[in-house]
Design a protein around this ligand. Structure first.
Ligand SMILES: *Cc1c(COP(=O)(O)O)cnc(C)c1O
Length: 458
């Protein structure tokens, strides 16, 4: 019999202390932050699950690569290494480095977007939507209906609804569609994977209508893990090979290297079409930097080239997906309502079910992120009506389809005992669930309000 515990496949060489705090202290910090965890000082957070973006621990190899960074303005060998790595992985000839994912989004969607343009996606990530809407374009989410059913165990719940895609093309006409964007894994849709079959169907339809097909590839390694273990015909295909096959189906890709690039900063835009790449390259030079560094230093580019290799390592990916599942499965066992199956990078709690007494106008998800911090010093993010809610003409809230709270797991940062601590905090939260009430917004900006809005208890 082989041991069943899946251990972290790394040893710890350097440590970063966590400062402990009391519930009393945390109540004070919450008030200073206007009950928005984005406004907390990270020194006052015990376990930070706000995001898996840019929070990865780099490997010894990546740190050593930093020393090899070539900081030349043009033609740096670090750029050549990063470009070669991405070209091999994506198969696309044109690679544009950017300081992070949204810079690539702004460049691409700034160019193909505009007032009459419609974008269709399995689910637009918040910065994707904001960049499209900022150009006057319209971002429409068309995930499969199962995506909105928290208990539905569909193996590829991140898929795009193909019949809705066809209907939308009919409704808006192909020439008005800026792009179809497949987000893998589907971050805002529960971190759920997208099947190769779904990507293939999207590719076929886009080709037929001459529509640009873009992959939002932030978590394509994690998505490849699910394809290998859940989709017929991939059981023996290497993860890197699966990712490569998916890239080949699209016309281009955006990637925030802060996720599956295993680095703290960086991203890229990769394209097949020369004309489009040229137009984007002009925008890149105006706003990000010269075409051989974008917003990146030479050492950043070295770390990305190395990270893109490490992320496809079979031991790493197994640990990554299984440790997220460990947390999710235990929380499910103790009765925390959550989205199943557990996604790749995060566990999504169903706050509407946890706190049925809190109306949407009082943001049940916000109540849960406040409770998590208060009781355990855990920082999480609301993905519900704070993030995606809109107002109608009478200024009434149009709630998001789900009220979720995301526990995003930084890569290679926390161990199983941290997960066990989180589970214990949730036991407290369950015991106290009836005594919790909601929040109202007291101040908010026009775009991406969840980052900086202020709240007060109702
Ligand atoms: C993080 C993310 C982005 C934006 O990338 P940044 O590096 O944060 O700018 C875009 N799409 C998805 C799916 C993401 O998760």
């Amino acid at each position: 019999m082989s041991p069943k515990t899946i251990i972290e496949p790394f040893k710890i060489k350097m440590v970063e202390p966590i400062r402990m705090s009391t519930e009393e202290e945390r109540l004070e910090y919450l008030e200073l932050a206007n009950f928005n965890p984005f406004l907390l000082n990270s020194d006052n957070v015990i376990i930070d699950l706000l995001t898996d973006s840019g929070t990865s621990a780099m490997s010894a190899k990546q740190w050593s690569k930093l020393m090899e960074g070539d900081e030349s303005y043009a033609g740096s060998h670090s750029w050549m290494r990063m470009e070669r790595e991405i070209k091999e992985l994506t198969g696309y000839p044109f690679i544009l480095p950017t300081h992070q994912g949204r810079a690539a989004e702004r460049i691409l969607y700034g160019h193909v977007g505009g007032a009459e343009k419609v974008f269709l996606s399995n689910t637009h990530f918040d910065t994707t939507r904001a960049n499209i809407e900022f150009t006057g374009g319209k971002a429409i989410d068309i995930p499969i209906p199962e995506n909105h059913e928290p208990d539905n165990l569909h193996p590829f719940k991140g898929n795009l609804d193909i019949s809705k895609l066809e209907a939308s093309i009919k409704e808006y006409a192909a020439e008005n569609i800026g792009a179809v964007i497949l987000t893998v894994t589907n971050n805002s849709g529960g971190g759920q994977p997208v099947s190769m079959d779904n990507a293939r169907q999207v590719a076929t339809i886009c080709k037929e209508h001459g529509i640009l097909f873009i992959l939002d590839a932030c978590r394509i390694a994690e998505n490849s893990y699910f394809i290998r273990h859940r989709e017929d015909g991939y059981g023996r295909t290497a993860y890197w090979q699966i990712a490569r096959e998916m890239f080949r189906l699209a016309d281009g890709a955006i990637m925030s290297a802060k996720k599956d690039g295993l680095v703290n900063m960086g991203g890229f835009l990769a394209l097949k079409d020369e004309k489009l790449a040229e137009a984007c390259s002009n925008l890149l030079i105006i706003t990000e930097g010269f075409a051989t560094y974008g917003g990146l230093t030479g050492r950043d580019m070295e770390a990305i080239a190395q990270g893109l290799q490490e992320v496809f390592d079979a031991d790493y990916l197994r640990y990554r997906i299984k440790s997220t599942q460990y947390l999710g499965d235990r929380l499910h066992e103790i009765g925390v309502p959550l989205i199943r199956p557990i996604g790749g990078h995060a566990v999504y709690i169903d706050a509407k079910k946890l706190y049925p007494q809190i109306p949407m106008e009082h943001y049940p998800g916000q109540a849960l992120v406040v409770e998590l911090y208060k009781k355990g010093g855990i920082r999480a993010v609301e993905i519900g009506s704070v993030m995606f809610g809109k107002y109608d003409i009478k200024n009434q809230l149009i709630p998001a389809p789900m009220e979720l709270v995301r526990l995003a797991i930084p890569r290679r940062v926390y161990t199983q005992s941290h997960a066990d601590y989180i589970i214990e905090v949730f036991q407290d939260i369950l015991a106290d669930r009836e005594n919790v009430s909601g929040y109202r917004i007291t101040k908010e900006p026009e775009f991406l309000r969840h980052f900086s809005a202020w709240f007060e208890p109702v």
